[in-house]
Design a protein around this ligand. Sequence first.
Ligand code: FMN
Length: 352
Amino acid sequence: MSNEKLTLEDVRDQAKVKLKGICGVYKICDGDPSRLCQRHSYGGPLGIGGIGSGASFTNNVLALKKIKLKMRLVGETFEPDTSYSFFGNELSMPIMAASTAGVTSFGGDGVITEEEFCKAVVLGCKDAGTIGWRGHSWNYSLETPHGLNAINDANGFGVKICKPIEQEKIIQYYKKAEEIGAIAVGVDIDGAGSVAMPKNGKPVYRKSPEDIRDLVKATSLPVIIKGVMTVEDAQIAMNAGAAAIVVSNHGGRVLDFTPGTADVLPKIADAVKGKIKIIVDGGVRTGYDVLKMLALGAESVLIGRDIIRAAVGAGKLGVKLQMEHLMITLKKAMLMTNCKNLKEITSEVMET
Ligand SMILES: Cc1cc2nc3c(=O)[nH]c(=O)nc-3n(C[C@H](O)[C@H](O)[C@H](O)COP(=O)(O)O)c2cc1C
């Protein structure tokens, strides 16, 4: 099929074939125990699923699903403006690709290499006018920094999130990120319980407030703390000088039985909004979900599994199509709830 004719449906069909046995590419991706990916509860690999029972993964989806939107239709017609400024970069939408890594563990291996996967995400996002964040896995090193290589290919248009490894190593990654002109760096503090990293000789650690402060001091780039689920951790990150937090439970992959991110976001926003950038992820599949997250207090969102599937299914074009679909549905959601721009998305759009 020629690239111009490829649709998002084709991308998903291709992903289904390529991720056979790993991900069913279901219409509803929610970590239900009946799903192909959800084998962790039986001692199977985590793959692309959620940890343990899958409750945290499911809670992300349910927390969003229970929010209802108000139709506010009387008034003039307008073209919703989804433009968003992220650390001085003008983006087409407040939606970015989440930091993800590890094609060997989520089934892309043999179909796409880690390096190709990273490039598909970063370059596909760039083509859609937004940013691809990159993650970290046990087979990354300073000599083979797959995520940073992709960001370099995009002339620095990317964000690098390190696992909570030794401080000196994180700082070395940050220095490389500075050299290639990356937009920001960070650490997923919720990676502290990783099994795969230590098993492969890369120990991970809980990070103290001082550790976070030292990371902030060590780089000229904005530092993002990803994996914040409580007001306390948000305040610690803010007081340590972080530039942003990501309200995230890692897509429900790090601790069983957490609330959904949309459940905790309002409390965190009440405490720190306006003092630090608030980004959120977990279960966001459409622009309607994006609108809900923004109404709950985030300024932008990250997309995990849908971007993984798009990248494995059809490389950077798949990623671009997925991002464009999100933007179209966000615009529809904004039009129907009477939000001309992102500032107008407030709790008023939600039915209480
Ligand atoms: C297969 C897979 C690999 C991931 N790898 C990373 C990673 O390396 N670093 C990171 O910060 N988060 C990682 N995440 C978490 C995502 O950044 C994000 O928080 C999560 O996928 C959002 O939920 P969603 O998949 O429901 O959109 C990973 C998620 C998945 C599904």
